[in-house]
Design a protein. Structure first.
Length: 224
């Protein structure tokens, strides 16, 4: 069983696609193979992980919840501090609310407005050393597979040079001006898949009556 070819084509061409109430009776771990090849992360090796609102005081400081709690999450790409961030992200609703939304915008459109020359010269580094060193990372670069890749995170990435500082400031201004799609994962099984190398995403604030919101997240290395 798999999703319609048109859905996956939309992800490839547009950068994201939404599927309402997809197989709500099945756990997310059972439907990942309908979309693509899962990438297992974490000590457990599980491909799907639950995301729940966490108060600022209760969250780890090296997470978005540890920086923003139940407030809005700024626009970013996942695992931007990795040399090779995962290509696709799947978000699937387990417990949803209309009052909490996922925001998404086309990062490539921002690169065009910024100018590819500035973008490719914008070099950043992780906020903290990884494996004892600080690797240099480009805001916009061509991956080995031939696809272009954008990475953005104003919390966990820092400029690595004057050109990096200048480029990050330009990109941040363009991001504030960008048109944003608003997606609501409110019904069980509602599924959003997007290209983490192209699209930038965030989350609205979580009001108190939505603290039980539960979203399953999984990374996909490729789509079928």
């Amino acid at each position: 069983m798999g999703v319609e070819v048109g859905f996956l084509s939309e992800v490839r061409e547009r950068g994201f696609a939404f599927l309402g109430e997809y197989c709500p009776e099945l756990p997310t771990s059972d439907v990942l193979s309908h979309f693509g090849v899962p990438v297992a992360l974490g000590a457990t090796g599980a491909a799907a992980h639950e995301l729940r609102p966490i108060q600022l005081s209760e969250a780890s400081p090296n997470t978005y919840s540890g920086n923003f709690g139940v407030g809005p999450f700024p626009m970013h790409t996942d695992l931007a501090h990795w040399r090779m961030p995962p290509r696709y992200i799947l978000l699937r609703c387990a417990i949803g609310f209309e009052d909490v939304t996922t925001l998404i915008t086309d990062g490539f459109a921002l690169i065009r407005k910024m100018g590819e020359v500035h973008a490719t010269r914008t070099i950043m580094k992780p906020r903290r050393p990884i494996a004892g060193g600080l690797q240099l990372l480009h805001l916009f670069q061509k991956a080995r597979c031939g696809s272009w890749r954008i990475r953005w995170d104003e919390i966990f990435l820092r400029p690595a040079s004057e050109a990096g500082q200048y480029g990050m400031e330009i990109f941040q201004r363009k991001l504030l001006e960008a048109e944003t799609e608003v997606v609501c994962l409110k019904n069980r099984g509602d599924t959003l898949v997007f290209d983490n190398w192209k699209m930038i995403h965030g989350r609205s604030a979580v009001p108190p009556h939505c603290y039980t919101r539960t979203i399953d997240r999984a990374y996909l290395g490729e789509l079928f």
